[in-house]
Design a protein around this ligand. Structure first.
Ligand code: DGL
Length: 266
């Protein structure tokens, strides 16, 4: 089983931030990545739709022999993870992107934390609930920032448009005085520098990529599933081909990537 790949999914390029960190922290592993670009953005969809997409993608990743499935999407982690855990219980190991971040924050001493994410993630209240259960934080301010995913997927980063959108969202009064800001969407690390700069680097901007990759490493070690040297190459699948996905994937994985369109819905 050690030889089997790690399955990872997201609605689009966001999960590549996590996949990239996984390759850095676990260089001996190979990946099977699925970007559900046909249904992007997930943040505007109903919880039922997200559950059904996540279920089918998990099956697809298991058909491709994944030894674990990493839900590299906050929207799916907040709306579908409990369902996946029940339905795939005993069939695979599932990891989400929210619990490892909450565990990390429980070791810090923040009092006021901000969370930004998609409408679905924020309306689920998952971060707020879990942070209050597990960490000493007393004040959690959540803000939906729905324009950020389409902005990133359309390639608006480090320009006037992205600066204006980021500034407008983060100027929200309720965020005043936060000590840390959780990037509650795996797309957002792509604009992490712009966000840190908005706060003059005075707020800890917490992105899940390395935290989740470290949690994955611990899980593999605990289950004796760690692969030191994979013999197979990484595979990338999308439900709809977009040149931007390929461009970002090549940026993260330097050079040639094996990208295929997989029509898993018909
Ligand atoms: N990257 C995703 C997340 O972490 C999905 C965003 C979307 O498709 O709306 O929530």
């Amino acid at each position: 089983m050690k030889e089997q790949p790690i399955g990872i999914f997201d609605s689009g390029v966001g999960g590549l931030t996590v996949a990239h960190a996984v390759k850095q922290i676990l260089p001996g592993e190979s990946l099977v990545y699925f970007g559900d670009t046909a249904h992007l953005p997930y943040g505007d969809k109903s919880a039922d739709s997200i559950k059904s997409y996540s279920r089918r993608i998990t099956e697809f990743l298991l058909e491709h022999n994944s030894k674990v499935v990493l839900v590299a999407c906050n929207t799916a982690s907040s709306s579908a993870f409990d369902t996946l855990r029940k339905e795939f219980n005993g069939k695979t190991i599932l990891i989400d992107v929210i619990d490892p971040v909450v565990d990390y924050l429980s070791t810090r001493n923040f009092h006021k934390i901000g969370v930004i994410g998609t409408k679905r993630t924020i309306s689920s209240g998952t971060y707020e609930k879990k942070l209050k259960e597990k960490s000493p934080v007393t004040n959690v301010v959540s803000l939906a920032t729905p324009l950020l995913v389409p902005m990133i997927e359309e390639g608006f980063i480090f320009d006037d448009i992205s600066n204006a959108i980021i500034r407008t969202y983060l100027s929200e009064k309720s965020l005043t005085g936060i000590e840390a800001l959780i990037l509650g969407c795996t797309h957002y690390p792509i604009i992490k520098n712009q966000i840190s700069k908005f706060f003059n680097f005075n707020v800890e901007v917490v992105d899940s990529a390395r935290i989740v990759a470290t949690a994955l490493r611990e899980t593999l070690e605990k289950n004796n599933l760690l692969n030191e040297k994979s013999k197979v190459s990484d595979q990338f699948f999308v439900s709809d081909y977009t040149p931007y996905f390929e461009k970002i994937a090549k940026m993260f994985f330097e050079g040639n990537i094996n990208l295929k369109r997989a029509d898993i819905w018909s």
